[in-house]
Design a protein around this ligand. Structure first.
Ligand code: 3PG
Ligand code: MG
Length: 397
């Protein structure tokens, strides 16, 4: 990574504004945090700073409140969880970003940590408002970006503040960028990509950008339906991106031309509706009934994918293989997670739902790396520059 990090500057005693991504999944009913990986992932940077007597002002978004206060999206629960795992009290700041917040920042002692309220409660955040960015910058002497998962968003707390403060990467951003850069620059071969999830459109960038590096591309999940339809199969009521059929064909042709082994499901689980009470059965992809939909990859596909992945040295996985939120349609996804966790290969898991599945199955530490960025890691692997990373100070050689 060609950007300065917290290690490259003197942070001792300084007021440091740290943009983190504490956008954690919440239980819809209770509001409880269901996966605190993103909070834990920021600990190395927070500890690095507090150990050196910095005064730490954390800033994050949670959900998409669209510029107003949404009570269930307050960061109070996050502050509580962070206090527990940091074993140190983390004070919540006032809503406003008014004089109360200045006062709280002014009272911070060396090594203390506070958390600003959900930054997306302010419409200026997503609008990347310059006055707002300057207001945030006034709180601190130094800006650290450790919000890898939000680095693809050109928002005020991501790209605005760095215009007004010395801006460096946190240890998580450094790690994420290093791992993903390594994956693009020199993957050990054979290199396989396992792609799933609902939409082809999310994955196009990655598939196109890595077509010259991958040895195999395995496609499951909702997006497989578009590829299957492009090949002429009947896919019943499965969701299809009809405007992506040509692109799917193009990708398959391109793979064939380059000798990339592009594998699709040969059997699938189909269901008559999308619910726990649905009737379901396994069928060949030649026999998907017209009024049923594909909800998972089938056992023969799990076998085929497993045989291929077992031969690989590097695997990047993004996107579940089926409707994993419903237990009985999670088998394909779980089988892939278990398989990858047992391989000696380098296994890199994209963020978002794939990371959540792997964490829920307690397999995260058996993978080489689990990214905290869903959209951000896909953009990065798609060859795009991340605005949040670009905004940081360059390393001078
Ligand atoms: C994420 O969870 O993808 C990041 O926190 C960014 O959130 P967003 O997709 O709402 O911008
Ligand atoms: Mg997102």
């Amino acid at each position: 990574m060609d950007k300065l990090t917290v290690r490259d500057i003197d942070v001792s005693g300084k007021r440091v504004l740290v943009r983190v991504d504490f956008n954690v999944p919440l239980d819809i009913q209770t509001g409880a945090i269901t996966d605190d990986s993103r909070i834990r992932a920021a600990l190395p940077t927070i500890r690095y700073l507090t150990d050196r007597g910095a005064r730490v002002i954390l800033c994050s978004h949670l959900g998409r409140p669209k510029g107003k206060v949404v009570e269930p999206l307050r960061l109070t629960g996050v502050a509580r969880r962070l206090s527990q795992i940091l074993r140190q009290q983390v004070e919540m700041a006032d809503d406003g970003l008014g004089p109360e917040v200045d006062k709280a920042v002014g009272n911070l002692k060396a090594g203390q940590v506070m958390l600003l309220e959900n930054i997306r409660f302010h419409p200026e955040e997503e609008a990347n408002d310059d006055t707002f960015a300057r207001r945030l910058a006034r709180l601190a002497d130094i800006y650290v970006n450790d919000a890898f998962g939000a680095c693809h968003r050109a928002h005020a707390s991501i790209v605005g503040v760095p215009r007004y403060l010395p801006a460096v990467a946190g240890l998580l951003v450094e790690k994420e960028v290093k791992v993903l850069e390594g994956l693009l620059a020199s993957p050990q071969h054979p290199f396989a990509e396992l792609a799933g999830g609902a939409k082809v459109s999310d994955k196009i960038g990655v598939l196109e950008n890595t077509m010259d590096k991958a040895d195999s591309i395995l496609i499951g999940g909702g997006m497989a339906a578009t590829f299957l339809k492009a090949k002429g199969y009947q896919i019943g009521l499965s969701l299809v991106e009809d405007d992506k059929l040509d692109l799917a064909t193009k990708l398959m042709d391109e793979a064939a031309r380059r000798g990339v082994n592009l594998m699709l499901p040969v059997d699938v689980v189909v269901a008559d509706k999308l619910s726990t009470e649905a009737e379901s059965k396994t069928v060949s992809i030649k026999d998907v009934p017209p009024d049923w939909r594909i909800v998972d990859i089938g056992p023969q596909t799990v076998k085929n994918f497993s045989a291929e992945l077992q031969e690989c040295q590097t695997i990047f996985w993004n996107g579940p293989m089926g409707i994993y939120e419903i237990d009985k349609f999670a088998r394909g996804t779980q089988a892939m997670a278990r398989l990858l966790s047992g391989l000696k290969a380098t296994t890199i898991i994209g963020g978002g739902s794939t990371a959540e599945v792997v964490t829920a199955m307690k397999l995260a530490d058996k993978m080489t790396f689990v990214s905290t960025g869903g959209g951000a890691s896909l953009r990065f692997l798609g060859g795009e520059k991340l605005p949040g990373v670009e905004a940081l100070l360059d390393k001078k050689n």
